[in-house]
Design a protein around this ligand. Structure first.
Ligand code: PEP
Ligand code: CO
Length: 412
């Protein structure tokens, strides 16, 4: 079947990642932990896009840099699991591994892997991407269009006011530019979204890995930006061997267990030619461990003469389970890891060039905290994730504001 993206787009993203690694851009990567087949719905796709767009606007304004927008979507269907089995009331079943592999229901039938689901994942990815591309070309792409700015989901007054001020000053600037150039500035860069997902299920990834007569090398054309998950980042393992042969930019999840020497081995295998934009290190230590883990890795990359893009995932090291057994994350811990990442990079004469978040445009209650102070008791109100807890639209936008506030407080 046809690929979902083109080598030209993939190359363009790699150049932008190279620019982010040089401090000329900032990478915003976000979306669901696990996409779901039954959530391939127009409002879910457009609300998620809207949140990413609004966050990017805040970041562009506050960081004074263009933002590269990358979604965790159109293929984020396979999940690595820490536990191979799930127990409920004394019954043990294989874990749910994402819609591309099995089903989440707690029934032996549901948990049987079904390869036909890869075809369904491909179709849903294609439909999702088609809708995203159409939105990018249509209403969402026009800076004058109200869809772009609509803040329907934010009920918190301070957040709404702060966002409105930014919107007003951007619209002022656009009107000024249009007055000066006596016409609409319609040819501004189209609102571009790139796609990313974890390259976990190799049969699916390989089926969409193609040669192209006009581009040397093999491209994974199921996505622009595949990443290697923390549990499959073994330099000797199949996932690294697969990614090594690709021409795409590659992300690597970097957790507390990855030593500086192992990281050096890994980057040597994955980027022997030191191609600008090739590697993004997505660090996910948790607020308690980032201070001991991050600086030695930055130092090891520097000693190796490596220029990579450093991206902070403040979600996956901060997952906890409440007393009543609900998986959650605290907004304050997510933010604290993010802020520490900025500080540690600066103290190490390095720079944080991106953020990686699990988020949705829906008004879910999966992470506690944030401006509206979601409590543990609120988690049951709208918890729909089958895997990891996501920031809701309001918390995600608040995270973008927190990032620019943090940058403002930092000595330049
Ligand atoms: C994820 O990004 O959903 C994930 C499982 O991350 P990690 O590999 O970092 O645990
Ligand atoms: Co996750």
């Amino acid at each position: 079947m046809p690929p979902l993206v083109t080598p030209w787009e993939v190359d363009r993203l790699r150049l932008r990642i190279a620019q982010a690694a040089s401090g000329e851009r900032f990478l915003l990567q976000g979306g669901d932990c696990a996409e779901r087949f039954d959530e391939c719905l127009p409002h879910i796709i457009s609300n998620r896009l809207k949140v990413l767009l609004q966050m990017s606007l805040v970041l562009i304004y506050g960081l004074r840099r263009p933002v590269v927008r990358v979604g965790r979507f159109a293929g984020q269907y396979a999940k690595p699991r820490s536990e191979p089995l799930e127990a409920r009331n004394g019954t043990l079943l294989p874990s749910f591994r994402g819609d591309i592999i099995n089903r989440p229901g707690f029934d032996p039938e549901d948990r049987i892997p079904d390869p036909e689901r890869m075809i369904e994942a491909y179709s849903r990815s294609a439909v999702t991407l088609n809708h995203i591309r159409a939105l990018g070309e249509g209403g969402f792409a026009d800076l004058h269009h109200p869809e772009y700015w609509n803040l329907g989901f934010v009920r918190h007054d301070d957040l709404r006011r702060e966002y409105q001020q930014i919107v007003d000053s951007i619209l002022d600037a656009i009107r000024f530019m249009e007055a000066v150039s006596s016409g609409p500035i319609g040819d501004m860069e189209r609102v571009a979204f790139f796609t990313s997902h974890e390259a976990l299920l190799l049969p699916y990834e390989e089926a969409l890995t193609r040669d192209d007569p006009h581009h040397p090398g093999a491209y994974n054309l199921s996505t622009h930006f595949p990443w290697i998950g923390m549990r499959t980042a073994d330099p000797e393992g199949a996932h690294v061997e697969y990614a090594r042969g690709l021409s795409n930019p590659i992300g690597i999840k970097v957790g507390p267990e990855l030593s500086p020497s192992l990281l050096r081995d890994l980057v040597k295998i994955l980027d022997p030619d030191r191609l600008p934009g090739r590697l993004t290190l997505i660090t996910r230590f948790g607020v308690d461990r980032i201070e001991s883990c991050l600086a030695p890795l930055i130092e090891s990359m520097r000693a190796d003469g490596r220029k990579v893009l450093w991206n902070c995932d403040p979600m996956h090291g901060n997952t906890e389970t409440t007393r009543s057994g609900v998986k959650t994350r605290r907004f304050e811990n997510i933010l604290a890891e993010m802020e520490l990442a900025f500080d540690i990079h600066q103290a190490s004469q390095s720079a944080l060039g991106g953020v990686h978040l699990e988020l949705t445009g829906e008004n879910v209650t999966e992470c506690t905290g944030g401006a509206r102070g979601l409590q543990e008791d609120d988690l049951g109100k709208a918890y729909t994730s089958q895997v990891d807890p996501r920031l809701n639209g309001e918390q995600a936008l608040e995270m973008a504001f927190s990032i620019i506030r943090k940058k403002r407080r930092m000595p330049s």
